[in-house]
Ligand binder design. Structure first.
Ligand code: ZN
Length: 426
């Protein structure tokens, strides 16, 4: 018998759902990990014979999946979860959110809020997220320290903001770009505000800088656009495969044609959209046309939870033509594509980073468990996540969050809630 190969970690699970190829459920399979990367996926018996792992994790009633990807959020706003929510969205933002942000916005607010969000996301099996908020340097630092995969948006706005002028925004962005160019956890993208808030000149400038740096661009496409936003962005040269449109409203046939022709990615935030009375666009139709679709939570201040499984379930309930496996692909590989990370994460394939999540499917609501994809999507909750690894290191182990001190975070959230209630600046 040949000598066994060494491995850092061997995870054996009742089911492995690699996502690529889609709709595959492997029974009694295992994943071997070395130096943070997946080195093998195969039947447990085979990998036991082949590897001598330093650590072995047995999950006999569990499904192992790639970590979920939250393709759009505003992490720090988790601290604003206490605020009342009502529609329409713009009125809520102007009347309730903005005044609080103006009082509290600071590097500390973003640091503490992002920590809170990452802890919640890890517990929910989310190992990658795209953030779009202010003080990106704080969010980037927290994400890197917590060892989660983060795409951090570099804000671009016309007019004064905490980063002052548009020129200062872009100068700051370029500085951060150099700092994070080869970071293993953090990637950056340009996050201009919604098209209606930006001049053609600024958008053209963003395109030039993004082209120069080969950077991704992601934008919220608001329901308050005066001109056809996708057509306008296309005319300005912004729509290319490195562009992600977040929750665009009112997609008509012409928009669908622009999306398929330019190869842009889309991100749907089903719960936030429904909460403000929006319609969900034709996900099944777009998916059938091979448009890359990721799922996002948007802000926890609106939806209450950073829970990609709940977003996936909502999408599946609205779009009944979508199979569970397709929705789970959106929640993983689809999101990874929208973040520009599809070669690194989003599926369980040798060579990819070992960003993995384990669901306990032994609970009563998941019985009988003939179709694990359906059980995860329709019967399980994020509380059934028992283990989470990022680059092969456990962030959640057997139900315990290792990456953060939850008690400390709870105290911090309460302190911020008090400051917000008292109207005190940080
Ligand atoms: Zn948003």
């Amino acid at each position: 018998m040949p000598p066994k190969e060494s491995a850092d970690l061997l995870i054996e699970a009742r089911w492995v759902m690699p996502v690529a190829p889609v709709n595959t459920v492997l029974t009694d399979h295992a994943v071997a990990v070395t130096a943070g990367r997946i080195v093998a996926l195969g039947p447990s018996a085979q990998l036991q014979a082949r590897f001598e792992p330093r650590e072995r994790v047995l999950r006999g009633e569990h499904a192992l999946l790639p970590g979920f990807v939250n393709a759009h959020t505003r992490a720090a706003m988790t601290l604003l979860r206490d605020l009342p929510v009502y529609g329409p969205r713009m009125r809520w933002l102007w009347e309730t959110v903005l005044p609080v942000e103006q009082r509290c916005m600071s590097p500390d607010f973003v640091r503490d809020g992002t920590q809170q969000a990452i802890a919640e996301m890890l517990r929910a099996g989310i190992t990658s997220f795209a953030d779009m908020y202010l003080f990106p340097e704080e969010a980037a630092r927290v994400a890197g320290a917590a060892r989660v995969r983060a795409a951090i948006g570099l804000p671009v706005a016309d007019g004064p903001t905490p980063w002052e002028s548009t020129t200062a925004h872009l100068a700051n962005a370029e500085r951060l770009w150099d700092e994070y160019q080869s970071d293993p956890w953090v990637s950056l993208y340009f996050a201009p505000r919604t098209p209606y808030a930006l001049s053609d000149a600024t958008l053209a400038r963003v395109r030039r800088v993004a082209d120069e740096l080969d950077a991704r661009v992601a934008m919220h496409i608001s329901e308050y656009e005066v001109r056809r936003p996708l057509l306008r962005l296309q005319e300005l040269g912004l729509l290319r495969p490195g562009f992600t449109a977040i929750q665009p409203r009112r997609l008509d046939e012409e928009d669908l044609e622009i999306i398929t022709r330019t190869g842009i990615c889309l991100v749907a935030c089903p719960q936030a959209n429904l909460r403000f009375g929006g319609e969900l666009w034709p996900l099944a139709k777009l998916d059938a046309q091979h448009v890359s679709i990721g799922l996002g939570t948007d802000t926890a201040a609106a939806v209450g939870a950073l829970d990609i499984l709940a977003e996936a379930r909502t999408a599946a309930l609205i779009e009944h033509e979508l199979a569970s496996a397709e929705v789970l692909r959106m929640a993983t590989l689809g999101g990874a594509t929208a973040l520009g990370l599809a070669s690194l994460v989003g599926s369980i394939e040798p060579g990819k980073a070992a960003d993995l999540v384990c669901f306990d499917l032994s609970t009563l609501p998941c019985q009988p468990c003939a179709r694990p994809a359906d059980a995860i999507l329709f019967a399980a909750t994020r509380n059934q996540v028992t283990d989470v690894w990022t680059s092969g290191r456990a962030a959640v182990s057997d139900g315990h969050l290792l990456a953060f001190d939850e008690q400390e975070l709870r105290a911090l959230a309460r302190q911020w809630a008090e400051r917000i209630r008292m109207g005190v600046a940080a």
